[in-house]
Design a protein around this ligand. Structure first.
Ligand code: FPP
Length: 252
């Protein structure tokens, strides 16, 4: 991969992507906003504002590539532990962004959805989110899923509780269990990206990422641009996905 990348230095990686192997679902842990801002001598919230620009760029680029689902980890159940002013800033950013970008989502035929315990978001954020979800519900080019007040363990626990509440009879298999998760309507992500050099899942899509290709980059989220995404997809396309089998079995 490195050789080819170096050889094609002056060419956008987009041209090297196999159009038939674009992941259907990409999930991203958008990390490093705070560090990006700090490196510029700016407050953390400035990093989140710049992060929103990346959200816009990557949403448009993924839709153009033909990705069907883009899931972004925007606020975890653990993020409430941050200083109140930062939590408030993130919640306001969410409202402002949804309100401001509604037209772009409509124009690009993108459906907005959310996973997580969204009812517990501040009421302004919750209402604006519901409004965005309602307004875009018939769009079908790509679904942008915001993980908000989300954690993988929360979702798995919730699923288990719902199964018990339903007084489910019979054998529970993976398909049935998945149908109780907040991600039931989405295929598992083939590619999961985390920016900023941290190498962990931080409670994101724990069930769904069982066979995802994990891609970690040192780039902080505000600096993660179109080309960075092509690079991630290029690497994904050049990995061998064996799902427990051996190489030779895949070639048959
Ligand atoms: C991680 O950076 C980022 C977040 C916890 C929030 C991401 C939110 C946005 C990009 C803005 C709002 C999103 C939408 C969809 C409107 P960090 O703060 O953990 O950075 P650090 O690790 O450098 O401190």
């Amino acid at each position: 991969m490195q050789k080819s990348l170096r050889d094609q230095k002056n060419m956008s990686l987009k041209k090297l992507l196999d159009k038939d192997k674009i992941p259907k679902h990409i999930a991203i842990i958008m990390d490093g906003n705070g560090r990006w801002a700090k490196s510029k001598g700016m407050p953390r919230v400035f990093g989140h504002k710049e992060g929103v620009k990346t959200v816009k760029e990557i949403t448009e680029v993924t839709a153009k590539l033909g990705v069907k689902y883009l899931t972004l980890y925007a606020f975890s159940t653990e993020n409430w532990k941050r200083p109140a002013y930062e939590v408030n800033a993130l919640m306001s950013l969410l409202v402002n962004t949804i309100d401001k970008e509604m037209e772009t989502l409509m124009k690009n035929n993108i459906k907005l959805e959310a996973i997580g315990n969204i009812e517990e978001l501040p009421s302004k954020s919750y209402k604006s989110l519901l409004k965005g979800i309602e307004k875009t519900k018939d769009n079908d080019r790509m679904t942008l899923v915001l993980a908000l007040n989300y954690s993988g363990r929360w979702d798995v626990l919730n699923a288990a509780k719902s199964i018990m509440k339903d007084n489910f009879q019979g054998d529970i298999d993976e398909k049935i269990f998945k149908s109780y998760l907040s991600t039931a309507a989405y295929p598992d992500p083939e590619l999961l990206i985390r920016t900023s050099g941290e190498i962990r899942l931080s409670n994101f899509l724990l069930w769904e990422s069982a066979y995802s290709e994990l891609y970690f980059t040192e780039i902080n989220w505000p600096s993660f641009k179109e080309e960075s995404l092509y690079e991630a997809i290029y690497e994904y396309q050049n990995r061998e996905r064996r799902f427990g089998k051996i190489s030779e079995q895949l070639k048959k």
